[in-house]
Design a protein. Sequence first.
Length: 284
Amino acid sequence: MPETPETETAEPGDPASSPDDDAPAAHQPQDAAEPGRGRMRTIAAAALGVVLSTALAAAVTTYFDVWSSSRSPVPAGRALHAESEVWWDLTRDTKAVRIPGTADVAKLEQEAMDAGTALDGLVEADGTYAGMMRVRVTLMNFTKVPVSVTGVRARVTEEKPAAEGDLLSCGGAEGSTGITRLRIDLGASDTAAQEYDGEKAVGQYPTQEMQLAKQDEPAVFDIRVEAGETAASYVLDVVYQQGTEKGRVVVDDGGKPFVLAPDEGDIDSTYRCDDSMTHWRKQP
């Protein structure tokens, strides 16, 4: 902030005073006006300094706002960031894994694993999630330029026949799709995310504009992905627009594609967990 000029006023009798400062009393009213005018100049100068300082601060703020929000085109990796999580709501969803060969359910029970952990372990070995999965996507805009999501689509990267073997499943009864607003069918000709209102299809997502306008305010949504007739590896393409630029963010499963197989077809034996979610029963 510019320094405020100061005005010094000489007092009568001061060595620095002019001869007129020691004039007779008849001239004192005129002399008394001089300090008043000095104070007015001081106040005016101070006010001018405040105005200039405010204008300078506003100019600096505007410069940084423009500088940080006018990067065009904004690199896709910095404009929109996505994170993903695969999950099931076992009170409503059926979590299933398809494995090649025969399941060793006695070993699973001996290790006293809960069903969800046991199924994840089978996938880490050589199994494949089957039937359906939920993908929770978190989107974050790291710029000050609003980002509008214009579409979400599954892109199948590889397909192969599902391995013959056993199917193990646990969780709620089928028919819980109504709780999921967004769905993708890997077996459909169009793998764009569809928006639902209960069991009624509303249209391709988003039916209303989804905009990430602010920093540090992530948008979180779940997509129910349903299997087709093959074991499919896939990623999700999130397409967006930022100003006049268009971009795409690829969402995968921690650096690798998601994989989902059908829960029917060439299956040797089917096992379901019991209510305790620690024991397995072979289905007829």
